[in-house]
Design a binder for this molecule. Sequence first.
Ligand code: ADP
Length: 269
Amino acid sequence: AIILSLRITPFGERKRQRLVVGRDITKIYHLNMIRRDFVANASHELRTPLTVISGFLESLQDAPGTPVAHRRPLTLMRNQTDRMCSIIEDLLTLSRLEMHDSPEEQESVDIPDEIHLIVQEAQALSNGRHRIRARVDEDLLLIGSEPELRSAFSNLVFNAVKHTPEGSHIEITWHDAESGPRFTVEDNGPGIAPEHLPRLTERFYRVDRARSRESGGTGLGLAIVKHVLNRHEARLTISSELGHGSIFSCTFPQHSALVRREVDISATG
Ligand code: ADP
């Protein structure tokens, strides 16, 4: 079979006619599939040996007979192995997201509940170094995939913690905006220079490689966010100003919104 990419544009006087341009993308499609399968298989194969190495390093670290001079290198090795494990987990997540265009299971997701949990986790990660606040419409739910949405939202919130200095303010909002339900994370951290913004959602793209690695990220967080949002027909907008902070917003289509209804038990019983 031939795979065609079609572009339809209005043309002619009063733009009444349509110009259809078809492009044979069969080869690109197959190459993309080979790349996707390769990444998924390689990640899967690397996962087991790395888990074994990490386990042995942990027991060596804890063993009473381990010389004191070996403890520091063992800790460093363990940290690096754990980092590799996180990268592999994120690569596997991305491969799974690429398999299908939309989530296999859609359900009503209690976003307010998810946000409260994410805030607790962010507070633990920040360890009191940030001021984190959430303004949440408690009755606004969303149709979608719970694990995917949780992963996208937590990536954005944890990024705000990881990439801003001590004392920064982070504000999370969830409300029904004019164009649809919107999740926003705003921080008053260092901000991002405009030339980086269009490339932020590429795999392994980082503004400051050394510093971002130090913060413990895999460089895949925003790529995951973009994939999850595409699958939910949602849009990611990033606005940022150097020295003033960044705003990451996810806007969902109106038809995916759900309003929480209190079930009146006395009436049904
Ligand atoms: P990482 O694992 O490095 O956080 P991401 O894909 O999540 O990877 O983010 C890509 C890069 O975008 C980060 O390395 C960082 O340079 C930049 N970034 C993301 N969020 C913020 C933020 N809130 N403030 C400043 N820079 C950010």
